[in-house]
Design a protein around this ligand. Sequence first.
Ligand code: MSK
Length: 635
Amino acid sequence: MTMNYSIDPSAATLLPLAKKEGIATVWDRHKAMQPQCGFGQLGVCCRICWKGPCRIDPFGDGPQRGICGADADTIVARNVIRMIASGTAAHSEHGRHVALAMLGVAEGKLPDYTIRDEEKLRAVAAKLGLDTTGKDLHDIAGEVALVTLGDFQNQDHDKPCRWIASTLTEKRLERLAGLHALPHNIDAMVTQILARTHVGCDADATNLIVGGIKGALADFDGMCLATELSDILFGTPQPTVTAANLGVLKEDAVNIAVHGHNPLLSEVVCDVAVLMEEEARRAGAGGGINIVGVCCTGNEVMVRHGIPLAANYLSQELALITGAVDAMVVDVQCIMPSVSEIGACFHTEIITTMDDNKIPGATHVPFREPTAAENARQIVTLAIDAFRRRNPQRVVIPDAKQTAVVGFGAEAIVGALGALNADDPLKPLIDSIANGNIRGIALFAGCNNTQTTQDSSFVTMAKKLARNNVLLLATGCGAGAFAKHGLMTQEATLEYAGDSLKAVLTAVGTEAGLGGPLPLVLHMGSCVDNSRAVAVAVAVANRLGVDLDQLPLVASAPEAMSEKAVAIGTWSVALGIPTHVGTMPQITGSPAVTKLLTETAKELLGGYFMVELDPDKAADRLLAVIDERRRGLGI
Ligand code: MSK
């Protein structure tokens, strides 16, 4: 049974234990929810006003319009773009938080933070068109922060957001401007979507979807700025060797799981934990303090500092069922409310930290940047106290741990390629694509979803694409899946890569001093870090003088789940990237919206959605698209 839920070996150990102890997990709740509402699955249920809920009969026998007169196309389009607005809000709020922190650093108000990557700060300032001559570091940081915050404040509709304007290819910017899809202000895009989907407003499905695309591009803007400013404050990822899966928990240490998305808190918890090792030992933890990651906070600290990743989205509850986690510290997004109930079955402190993200039953430690270290000390103290209450008899740490070579942001990839050609680092990559040694590039992103067997589609697709010489990039919980299943190792490259891909990865990895090939899948970071993959793609496109929709580049979210994933998938399409989704999107109740996103988008944007639930067939479809793109380039 467990095999249908997950291919993660930790699940095989811990789900039977949960069952024995009467602890319900996400998979139990999924089962209890069956059958799920068919109207909701098709996207034809409208709950936008209190005349409803209304739903359209997909078989044509019952109502074809809601009480206000909205048809299936309007309802589906409104529902899906509201998801985009939420995803955009989530990523961009994260970005705003980081930008405000950078402003605080520049103004000398945040003693617990500093600028860790001066070179990146200067590069970002130059990219944003700022003159840094003669300015000191803090002045530059202040200007970068203010320009960034301008993307939340600009009221000139004709002036696109600064980050997107300084990131994409000229051709892509022109194409998006032609469709009136370039956002001028992130907050305004979220507000506009909510306004136009209010009862009695925009009822034109095509117009709504174009508004959604504009909102998704605001999401892209927010992700770019969140990623780049986080690198400046916390360091730009470089290749590092670490480990993944629940075997990274330690019996003899205070285990603190950092979970959520925003690095502002987790970074300081990591710093403070080092200073509190002795206290942990005095409490009986001979192994000191062991910080592990969950979801994308985990990915953030993993790619920057080599902190091991314990779990991706669907495994977060399993981490608690080990009985070995003393504190789970959460910030924002993708935290199951069930964690407090499961934590209460053990000694585990579930600690919420953001005032707008609380969970009943959790301990709340309000996190404020000016007192970050003090807050982190409070959190680590709670974890040490919990460790004292831990029942060793209940500790079951699965024998599941894989090495993971991670930390491949755009700079690290260009750096590794630079070992082959210092003057023109992109040339080895471009030559390899042109001569077919690399057939194409696939970016795996997105979540886990109980609608699919956890991690299975990621692993199946990656192995097939790698065998066919496709270079693989990954972020978010997809990256977590690959790390847990040993696909971020040199051994995986030797075992699964096709011959020509293996030769390229070996040449680059060896020259870059890794003593062997690059790992089979390159971990680029958390879900906001999808912008890193775009940075590489834009550099290649600019170098070739083409646009993004001409590159043999595809994206896939085989286990997509969240509203953020809907936003990411939509901007990926808007950037010209064919984008596979492996779970059924809630749009199929409208053939018009489905056609718009899966077919018409190709003419308008070059990118389009491909829905394929079978991972093996999905890999074949991606290979066919890559080959079509190659033919288009004449290679
Ligand atoms: S955490 S948005 S489940 S990737 Fe970024 Fe994972 Fe998806 Fe959340």
